[in-house]
Design a protein around this ligand. Structure first.
Ligand code: DGY
Length: 319
């Protein structure tokens, strides 16, 4: 059996695949084009795509693939219902990237609030004239309210970190989590979260329902001193409205790991000094990316060998 990997992934994952299949890996240094993907995946039984590869019905039909093992926890790049209709198993990599993503979320909260990037630039530009009681003042965390939108694995891991900073933690989600509520984390409505948080951090999957979850109305509800943090998916936020809000200084700032049209970044965003922007690095630790490669590879092996993979996203195909 042949499988196609759409970009180099950590070797430990490729080794598992090579022990089981003939493996073709795209070696380019930017995401593979749609045409090249179809050409290379055609005739392969399985594909291991990245979140940058849109795997839709057309690709499934043109390549004839029989299993899709996504190298990400987010699966918005795969048309799950098209895969399910064709009884193609789709898997993802949940769990292993929870801590790395929560750590990065906190790094962004710290960076935007304590003006780390701005201060680094200031120093490198030779502007520092000596210690100054009023230089580059940021905000404290203790007693501030962190509002978490989406309280799955990553949202909860962010809350754990915030407890260490003695923050007041609130969350909004479709489900209630009583264990965490017993620890003092408070459930609030979506609107209340926006109105009362000093930091709003998004940890929701991107779907049709969550498209532009944060738009003009929601941004208007936020406090003028609040920060917005996004390490989930760019299209959860109406980026044009966010830029307008930031320009008008209606909120204090934003720290973004994900963007509307990756890898393109809206040039207006780059111009703003009340934002921290980094290139989709949520899971980017060596340990985590290695685990993701192993899990994705194991999922593909199981799926193609007729075993129900551990991280199946469309289990109904096995019913
Ligand atoms: C994912 O796995 O969905 C992340 O966005 C990758 O960092």
């Amino acid at each position: 059996m042949r499988v196609f990997v759409t970009r180099r992934i950590p070797e430990s994952g490729l080794e598992i695949l090579r022990e089981n299949f003939e493996v073709d890996v795209f070696e380019g240094d930017s995401p593979i084009s749609r045409e090249e993907l179809i050409k290379r995946a055609k005739g392969c039984e399985g594909i291991l795509p990245l979140l940058t590869d849109s795997i839709d019905a057309d690709i499934m039909d043109k390549t004839g693939i029989k299993a899709i093992a996504n190298f990400a926890v987010g699966i918005d790049n795969v048309d799950i219902s098209a895969a399910t209709k064709r009884t193609i198993p789709v898997t993802n990599t949940p769990g292993v990237l929870t801590d790395a993503t929560a750590d990065l979320t906190f790094a962004l909260i710290l960076a935007i609030s304590r003006r780390i990037v701005e201060s680094d630039k200031y120093l490198r530009e030779g502007k520092w004239k000596g210690w100054d009681p009023l230089l580059l003042l940021g905000g404290d965390f203790v007693g501030k309210t962190l509002g978490i939108i989406g309280f799955g694995r990553i949202g909860k891991a962010v809350a754990q970190r915030a407890q260490g900073f003695n923050m007041n933690i609130i969350y909004t989600s479709r489900s209630r989590y009583l264990e965490e509520e017993n620890e003092g984390i408070k459930f609030v409505s979506f609107d209340e979260l926006l109105k009362t948080s000093d930091y709003v951090t998004i940890h929701a999957p991107y779907t049709e329902e969550t498209h532009h979850l944060i738009s003009e109305k929601e941004l208007d509800m936020m406090k003028p001193t609040a920060y917005l943090i996004n390490t989930s998916r760019g299209k959860l936020i109406d980026e044009i409205q966010l830029i307008k809000t930031l320009k008008e200084k209606k909120i204090a700032g934003a720290a973004l790991d994900v963007f509307y049209n990756e890898p393109e970044i809206n040039p207006e965003l780059i111009e703003l000094d009340n934002v921290v922007i980094i290139p989709h690095l949520g899971s980017a630790s060596l340990e985590t990316r290695t685990k993701m490669a192993i899990i994705a590879a194991e999922n593909l092996v199981d799926a193609l060998k007729g075993k129900r993979p551990k991280n199946i996203v469309n289990p109904e195909i096995y019913d």
